[in-house]
Design a binder for this molecule. Structure first.
Ligand code: HEM
Length: 375
């Protein structure tokens, strides 16, 4: 029940339901050449397959360091783990001769007007996304990967994410609260709608305009955007409820669009052209104006809340580990973020890190490895 299959045309961890704990880790690759890079991808594939299936850890030889960190005991349980591998633009520099194979939208993350990016929290050759029922399972997976890849990778940044306990049987449709106290995910895409996922999330064979499409190896993958967005929660907690609700365009208790009572009711912007009910600059109205043109920018959000330490100025360092997937980076995340630039919510949020990545196509059957088509 709590085992997510590793093999398939797409990687797990994208349209699969979100369990309560996540761990995002960006790595830089130290492999000397393309052969070593392939070795790294094979190791990652083997470890992901084992960790997501679970099983006994190899017997201990007292003369050697234990084969497993042991933090889950002698039997690794799947615990709903998904491990997802994505590549960053920097992997396609001249180190491995992959310049010609780069997904066509992949580049270092753009800088948006409200960003205050901390270089120590940005980019990476690789992004590993672990999601599981418990934080320990994710940490066990990370330590397993690190101990199996000596000399091949170095850690760049890492952040844990969490979600409140919730029902996980509606992938992409879970509505749990973020750290500003609002339901998040209400109008997200239905990840169980395969036709919709094919259109908006999965890069198709020969995707893109004729002649300038995606490289053949990329089919079945997806652009993954991660944004570490700090929330100024102390300031937010001193903001009147009515203002909070106008900033998002939704009621705080029910999650319903302003003026309505059902969380899943559709906001009707056509009958509110001047923004009397839902302000024109409300987060949900800018993010998705629901016009024929804006249908192209639908994205699959899969974020987590995060809570780190305390900032140098003594405020809580917490916020949203925003994550989304789309078949076209520019038509998706970039178009949505450009519409959001200048929104009133910016007074309470500060993007400080993240990156643009490409989640690799899945491994269809045992024997294959992640990134095989690329290498
Ligand atoms: C909707 C919160 C950042 C895209 C929402 C909703 C909330 C929310 C409460 C309404 C419920 C829902 O449909 O999920 C936040 C917070 C953010 C943030 C607290 C930052 C800390 C972003 C970013 C993007 C984004 C960076 C993309 C660039 C969307 C979209 C919707 C949405 C597409 C659905 C709109 C609709 O279809 O009606 N967000 N969001 N959000 N947000 Fe955000």
């Amino acid at each position: 029940l709590d085992r997510q299959p590793f093999h398939g045309p797409h990687q797990a961890g994208i349209v699969t339901a979100q369990p309560a704990a996540a761990l995002f880790v960006a790595l830089d690759v130290l492999a000397e050449d393309r052969g070593e890079l392939a070795k790294l991808f094979r190791i990652l594939t083997d470890r992901f397959a084992f960790l997501t299936a679970g099983g006994p850890v190899p017997p201990l030889d007292p003369r050697l360091p234990p084969a497993d960190s042991g933090i889950l005991g002698p039997q690794v349980l799947p615990d709903n783990l998904t491990a997802t591998l994505a590549v960053g633009a920097s992997l396609f520099d001249d180190r491995y001769g992959l310049e010609g194979a780069k997904p066509r939208h992949l580049r270092p993350m753009d800088r948006f007007p409200n960003d205050s990016l901390d270089a120590k929290l940005c980019h990476g050759d690789l992004l590993l996304q672990f999601c599981a029922n418990t934080a320990e399972t994710n940490l066990h997976a990370l330590r397993d990967v690190i101990r199996h890849t000596p000399g091949l990778v170095s850690l760049r940044w890492k952040l844990d994410g969490m979600l409140p306990p919730h029902v996980v049987n509606r992938p992409g449709q879970d509505t749990v609260r973020n750290f500003l106290g609002f339901k998040d995910g209400t109008a997200n895409l239905d990840a169980g709608d395969e036709a919709l996922m094919r259109r908006q999330v999965w890069v198709q064979p020969g995707g893109g305009e004729p002649g300038s499409g995606e490289p053949a190896w990329a089919a079945g993958g997806s652009y993954q955007v991660v944004r570490v967005i700090r929330n100024f929660v102390e300031r937010w907690d001193r903001t009147p409820l009515r203002e909070q609700e106008r900033i998002f365009g939704r009621h705080k208790d029910s999650g319903a669009p302003l003026g309505q009572t059902d969380e899943h009711a559709l906001p009707d912007y056509a009958s509110d052209p001047a923004g009397a009910r839902t302000p024109m600059d409300a987060h949900i109205r800018l993010a998705n104006p629901r016009t024929p043109e804006s249908a192209a920018s639908l994205i699959l959000r899969r974020g987590y809340n995060y809570s780190a330490g305390i900032t140098p100025s003594g405020q809580l360092d917490m916020g949203l580990l925003f994550c989304c997937f789309q078949a076209d980076l520019d038509a998706g995340f970039v178009a949505v973020q450009n519409r959001l630039n200048g929104e009133p919510l910016e007074e309470y949020i500060k993007p400080v890190g993240g990156g643009y990545f490409y989640a690799l196509p899945g491994v269809s059957a045992p024997g294959g490895f992640l990134g095989q088509g690329l290498l």
